[in-house]
Design a protein around this ligand. Structure first.
Ligand SMILES: CCCCCC/C=C/C(=O)SCCNC(=O)CCNC(=O)[C@H](O)C(C)(C)COP(=O)(O)OP(=O)(O)OC[C@H]1O[C@@H](n2cnc3c(N)ncnc32)[C@H](O)[C@@H]1OP(=O)(O)O
Length: 371
């Protein structure tokens, strides 16, 4: 912790608390079919889609395993970012459908998808589950996690599942943005970092706005920050009675995102939304349900069993009807949501450069200030 604090204070002296966001050109050639692809192919494709072309030094001649991995990644060459992402999604989607056909007679088999490092993506019973997987850090969202969630949603939108679920591993749903995202300064400076982070935020929220199938949050514990705001973009939010919902943006010198400046007043009315988004009032699961942010609250002891039984029943409904109904509802205000997302992201880009925001983050790391 002393190291992190020292780094933050050094950053502050240079008027910055930002981490180096990798936004390289992304490159990938995928020539194998999903059935032919190995775990290593998925890892290389994921590296390419999230980190870009091979950007690490070649391992030493005796480091045979890492040298082979490096050579495979390096061999992928240079392709535009969108192509790299699309290739990755195609590879994963292909795996999902080919696995499904090869596992006929075992329809319940849990299809775990390879290549993700910070989330676990599985498909079972026509439900694709994306599980945040950093329990020791309360599922705080790193830049890599934002990228992997975007990729996972793209893959889920194309697989043959009826419903997609986002949940967390461990005692938290998510503690929101990982504050260490703000700790290193990239060579191109703090303003560039803020700009790249705003782009990542806009893309991340945009992938929830555009998601074409029913999207369900299984809120397995407390939720903070952006993990709360994006709930306004889900179709169902099921919560354990242990969950809390906290958006302490003013405490952090920040402002609402995830389209919550629009969805929260619409869901709960302007006064209750202001209490959460401006003054940082933390809601219990029962309160969040009474205000319409949560669909239903379950006792923690039976939470998983009850929720998954419910979702399995829903996933048997006709898939096209589910998808089309979702899209009719979303289409009413999709453009508006994108405009709000762009505006919120651009305001945050400025906020992240403010002394209020920098002080709040330093405070968290230096004093372990809890929300
Ligand atoms: C591309 C950028 C997009 C940005 C979008 C804008 C998003 C905004 C937000 O999401 S604002 C909300 C940010 N979140 C927070 O401020 C939460 C900070 N964390 C806490 O207050 C507490 O950790 C807690 C209340 C969530 C949990 O407290 P407790 O139960 O006592 O656990 P610990 O604090 O010991 O946590 C264990 C371990 O996890 C680390 N950790 C938890 N949350 C975060 C986080 N958000 N960022 C970084 N690290 C986090 C914590 O430091 C501990 O680490 P350690 O074991 O000490 O190494």
């Amino acid at each position: 912790m002393a190291g992190v604090t020292g780094r933050l204070i050094r950053c502050w002296c240079r008027r910055a608390v930002w981490g180096s966001l990798k936004v390289p050109a992304l490159h990938l050639h995928v020539s194998k079919t999903a059935m032919e692809a190995s775990q290593e192919d998925f890892e290389n494709a994921m590296n390419q889609a999230t980190e870009g072309s091979c950007n690490t030094p070649r391992p030493g001649v005796f480091d045979l395993i890492n040298k082979a991995k490096w050579e495979a990644w390096n061999a992928l060459g240079n392709l535009p970012k969108e192509t790299a992402r699309q290739n990755y999604v195609d590879l994963v989607s292909g795996l999902s459908s080919s696995s499904d056909s090869s596992s006929q007679g075992k329809p319940e088999a849990d299809q775990k998808q390879a290549g993700y490092k910070t989330v676990v993506m599985t498909s079972e019973d026509s439900i694709t589950k994306i599980m945040l997987n950093r329990p020791a850090k309360k599922n705080a969202l790193t830049e890599q996690m934002y990228q992997e969630i975007i990729l996972a949603l793209e893959a889920a939108s194309k697989d043959d599942s009826a419903i997609t679920v986002l949940t967390g591993n461990g005692d938290y749903y998510s503690s929101g943005n990982d504050l260490t995202n703000f700790t290193n300064i990239p060579p191109d400076g703090v303003e560039a970092k803020a700009k790249n982070s705003a782009i990542l935020l806009r893309d991340f929220v945009g992938s929830f706005i555009d998601f074409p199938k029913p999207l369900v949050a299984v809120v397995n514990g407390p939720a903070v920050g952006i993990s709360v705001t994006i709930l306004g973009l889900f179709d169902l939010v099921y919560a354990t009675d242990r969950a809390t919902f906290h958006t302490p943006f003013s405490h952090l010198g920040q402002t609402p995102e995830g389209c919550s400046s629009y969805t929260f007043p619409k869901i709960m009315g302007p006064a209750k939304a202001a209490e959460m988004l401006i003054f940082g009032k933390k809601l219990t699961a029962g309160e969040a349900c009474a205000q319409g942010l949560v669909t239903e609250v379950f006792p923690d002891s039976t939470f998983q069993k009850e929720v998954w039984t419910r979702l399995k029943a829903y996933s048997k409904l006709p898939q096209n009807a589910l998808r089309i109904s979702k899209q009719i509802i979303r289409s009413q205000e999709k453009e508006k949501l994108h405009a709000i997302n762009a505006k919120e992201s651009s305001i945050l880009q400025e906020r992240w450069l403010s002394s209020e925001c920098m002080n709040a983050i330093m405070n968290f790391f230096s004093q372990k200030a809890k929300l």
